[in-house]
Design a protein around this ligand. Structure first.
Ligand code: CAA
Length: 393
């Protein structure tokens, strides 16, 4: 058993950490106060290749795996959660789906732009009345000569109005339920597509979120991704990988809060000594460090298994569930170490606390992760064997 990251990945981790700390962290507080999509830093991330890590080299990516993606996402999230969300969404869902289900023409048309970061991607699954129950979506894809017409409204879309490419899940056969859902690629500016105002959110302000509405929006047959009726299964399977990304992001936010609390405990004096001397401080620090390590191990293991071709539905959900709950625990406990300063906008603790909250909601709530894990446990029981199986078994 080998717990150390390979040397190339350690080098990449150092590079991304240095970049994120010197170029992203300094703008995070200002973007939180005055929210806008952070194009200048996103462009720099594109230059570093951070948007195409898992996309094959022939399509302009780095051809690396989930492990590289998780390690780098942690670094970006430790500097700013909003940047990590945009990175995770644009590389994790649209590019994975294009790689897995796109025709050669579709891959050649869209992947190089997304992998280089010159285009940002968005993923349109959720609707106002269909969040956890994603298969209940009501956006319709009506067959017309040469393609489909999309009608409906998507909710909570990261990068709405900013992203250039939208993967849209819509039903062409409502009677078939989940099996009637297909995936389409829509480009920014297509007729019949419009955006709501940016949502006023608790945290992650720079990862702008809007609704996206389609009214008679025509998409050609060449914009359908994968076979008709396969969209939901494709979305679920790519969410397995994307949830590892949210787990890594949660670890990054928690790490930033923990590092700040540890440094503060060392320097803050009370009752004539450094507060690190009090068990009221050292015990929470011990708990934070332990949970953080456990969350990282679950995350990297899920990524490692995925890179070896295993189906990681359960492992990705476990990592996402545990890491996001850890981010909540650590950001809360770290804020407490800072006392009143933690509650002040002059310090980043309250931002970490707010930014972490949504990791228990998006890409499947904690409750949905438990549903997924529970179902997989029963599957294993029926199969008569525990542990991950290869995806093609
Ligand atoms: N991999 C492959 N196939 C899968 C799968 C997976 N992980 N999960 C389900 N499927 C397949 C099933 O096998 C089934 O296929 P068959 O028709 O062949 O049997 C089909 O998909 C339907 O699956 P279910 O019967 O399990 O579907 P369900 O309606 O019971 O829903 C659910 C399952 C797990 C609750 C699902 O609805 C879910 O994950 N909900 C949460 C949605 C979510 O995560 N949304 C995130 C939005 S994206 C986002 O947040 C991005 C952002 O901007 C930050």
């Amino acid at each position: 058993m080998e717990f150390a990251l390979p040397e190339e990945l350690l080098a990449m981790q150092r590079t991304v950490r240095a970049f994120a700390q010197s170029e992203i962290a300094p703008v995070a507080a200002e973007l939180d106060r005055d929210p806008r999509f952070p194009w200048p830093t996103l462009r720099r991330m594109g230059e570093l290749g951070l948007f195409g890590l898992t996309t094959p080299e022939e399509h302009g990516g780095a051809g690396l795996g989930s492990l590289a993606s998780a390690v780098t996402l942690e670094e970006v999230a430790a500097a700013d959660a909003s940047h990590a969300t945009i990175m995770s969404v644009t590389s994790g869902l649209p590019q994975t789906l294009l790689v897995q289900a796109g025709s050669r023409e579709q891959r050649e048309r869209w992947l190089p732009r997304l992998a280089s970061g010159s285009w940002i991607g968005a993923f349109c699954l959720s609707e106002a009345h269909a969040g956890s129950d994603a298969a209940a979506l009501r956006t319709r894809a009506r067959k017309v000569p040469g393609g489909f017409e999309l009608d409906g409204s998507k909710a909570w879309i990261t990068g709405g109005g900013e992203a250039h490419l939208y993967i849209v899940l819509a039903s062409s056969d409502p009677a078939a339920g989940a099996r009637g859902i297909s995936a389409f690629v829509v480009e920014l500016g297509q007729e019949g597509m419009s955006f709501g105002a940016p949502e006023a959110k608790l945290g992650q302000h720079a990862a702008v979120t809007t609704s996206v509405t389609f009214e008679g929006c025509f998409v050609g047959d060449d914009q359908r991704l994968g076979a008709e009726g396969q969209g939901f299964v494709m979305a679920m399977s790519s969410l397995d990988g994307a949830r590892i990304g949210i787990a890594a992001q949660s670890v990054g936010i928690a790490r930033a809060a923990f590092d700040a609390a540890l440094a503060y405990a060392d320097e803050r004096q009370a009752f004539g000594v450094s507060v690190r001397e009090f068990q009221g401080v050292s015990f929470p620090l011990a708990d934070m460090a332990t949970r953080l390590e456990a969350a990282r191990l679950l995350t990297l293991r899920a990524a490692w298994l995925r890179d070896r071709g295993y189906r990681v539905t359960k492992e990705a959900s476990m990592a996402k569930l545990y890491a996001s709950e850890t981010a909540a625990f650590v950001t809360d406990a770290a804020l407490q170490v800072f006392g009143a300063y933690g509650y002040s906008r002059d310090y980043p603790l309250e931002r970490y606390y707010r930014d972490a909250r949504v990791t228990r909601i998006y890409e499947g709530t904690s409750e949905i992760q438990r549903v997924v894990i529970g179902r997989q446990l029963y599957r294993e029981l029926e199969r008569g064997s525990r542990g991950p199986v290869l995806a093609d078994e």
